[in-house]
Design a protein around this ligand. Sequence first.
Ligand code: URA
Length: 210
Amino acid sequence: MSSDRSERLRAIRDAVVNLTESPLFEYRRNNNYFPVIGQGDHYADIMFIGEAPGKNEAETGRPFCGASGRVLDELLASIDLNREDVYVTNILKDRPPNNRDPLKNEIELYTPFLEQQIEVIQPKVIATLGRFSMEFILRRFGAYQANQKISQLHGAVIKVRAAYGSAAVVPLFHPAAALYNASQRETLEKDFQVLKKFDAPAQPGTMRLL
Ligand code: URA
């Protein structure tokens, strides 16, 4: 039986699929790419927000399914979680050419969908992966102070007030940073420990693409 949350997430997907005004829409179509909406438990306590889909993700429609995704899975395993226990999405829902940084107008266009996803899933913890995600989410909740850097905030638990109640934002480095850098990996492993206290796996067997 499909829940209200599933239906609302499907409506978000349909809107992104038909987002012809996106500057990334032609690139998606010309490459037979998929938009990447999100994946995981619709009742997850923890939502991870990355930056944008890469090539693997755009070819499959699944977030974090390449090299960074393997790091994310290992980090989750280090705190006894797996993908089914959390929800994973991105700031941008379409791949930028050559994986370049998201542009301001792209962030403005795609983040209303992210905000809707947050409202539907109502996570207790929003774990941002990388500086773009951190800055957007902290600004969104009025918790960003000018020029704050991820190097200062990673691993912090920042209490915010969402429309559905109180939540915590935990800024984390992007898993890609750990791919070729052992000390970044250690930092990420340490920071992930912060998530442990929030990690009550919600409903078993509810892994969903959307
Ligand atoms: N990097 C991201 O930020 N998101 C993905 O889905 C994959 C790689």
